[in-house]
Design a protein around this ligand. Sequence first.
Ligand code: PHE
Length: 437
Amino acid sequence: MNFSGCRHVVSVSLVVLAALTGCDKMGGKSKDTGSGSGSATVVGSGSAPQASTEDILIGHYASLTGAESTFGISTDQGVILALEERNAAGGVKGRKLKLKTLDDASKSTDAANVVQRLISEDHVVALIGEVASGSSLAGGKIAQQYGVPMISPSSTNRKVTEGRDMVSRVCFLDEFQGYVVAKFAKDNKWTKAATLFDQASPYSKGLAESFTTEFTALGGTVATSQAYTAGDVSVSAQLQQIKTSGAEAVFLPGYYTDVGNIIVQARKIGLTVPFLGGDGWDSSKLAQIGGEAIEGSYYSNHYSFDEARPEVAEFVTKYKARWKGEVPDGLAALGYDAARVMFDAMARAPSLGGKELAAAIAATKDFAGVTGKITLDANRDAQKKAVVVQMKGGQPHFVASIGPKGSVDEAPAAGSGSGSATGSAAGSGSATGSATK
Ligand code: PHE
């Protein structure tokens, strides 16, 4: 048994022992969070079925290690906060909630494996996961096959829920996200853009496509479209092409590890134009990897810690108190929301059977989330606002909120009132400014 391979064990129970046994097989990590020591306490004298007093076990599959590790860790911390709050308030249907998280090492093949384990070995009632669309597609296939309801907190590729009635999500889609960034670029008077995407990632590819569609519809031109594969050491050939294309901004819909490395390379070859991204940039590691090179860049996201909404401030305070002062990123907020939507549906569902629980999740309406009001449509997707943030001093800061109808309704686009974003950003250490050093 490989104890050291496991991230950390919050409570000791039979489930934990099962998890630890699995740990060395997979090389993965697991941990349990939940209601205390005994996992199968039976109270009462007879007529009540045993199941009604047992803990409700939820499985979370997440990238606790690997190139996307901050995604999984932040999400898990959000889920745990929600679960602890719900247990403190009495749990669901008089039962305590318990969480088992398995690490998929940021790989979609591992995602499928750990979902299989959570279902057939641990018999979870429902699943939360994943962040990366590729992993949610792989895990969702298994969840659908076994009829176990799953909520993805943050996977934005359309196909994640398509044709899978067990699978829902609490976030918006990349069709919308592509529009948000395209509109932001247009509002800031960049009319000629380039895209650089990860050809092996359904998320990255899909988002590059929707940006191109929307940017073109708004009158912009995509001068060149270049591809890389996650983990590529050098993308200088692609960056050179972009440089010679004369693009005024580069849309780079990747995950933070690649994004940081690529922008550093871009600055080295003298590509000084602003970079724009999607939610995949959202990580405390982005600034560590990208340093000065990413200062001034913009990306779209699901929420920003400095948004002026009372529910955001309340969440940030609670999260920091629980997690050693850490500022919650978008993943943490979405993990928290996904878990709370799950508990709400569990409470409403006539039973926790797969079909009934999935139907209750799908019926979610006007749920007051930290990331906005959550109503699931006929495809079990949410329609919500997005925010645009800018990297400043190594942290993302709120710039604008863009709603599904396309109006910038909470703050002007960067620089409006004092010229274009390029102009205003130049004065505060923009990508353009810092890159020339
Ligand atoms: N939307 C991304 C995907 O589908 C995942 C992601 C969401 C990453 C939010 C960071 C923040 O792959």
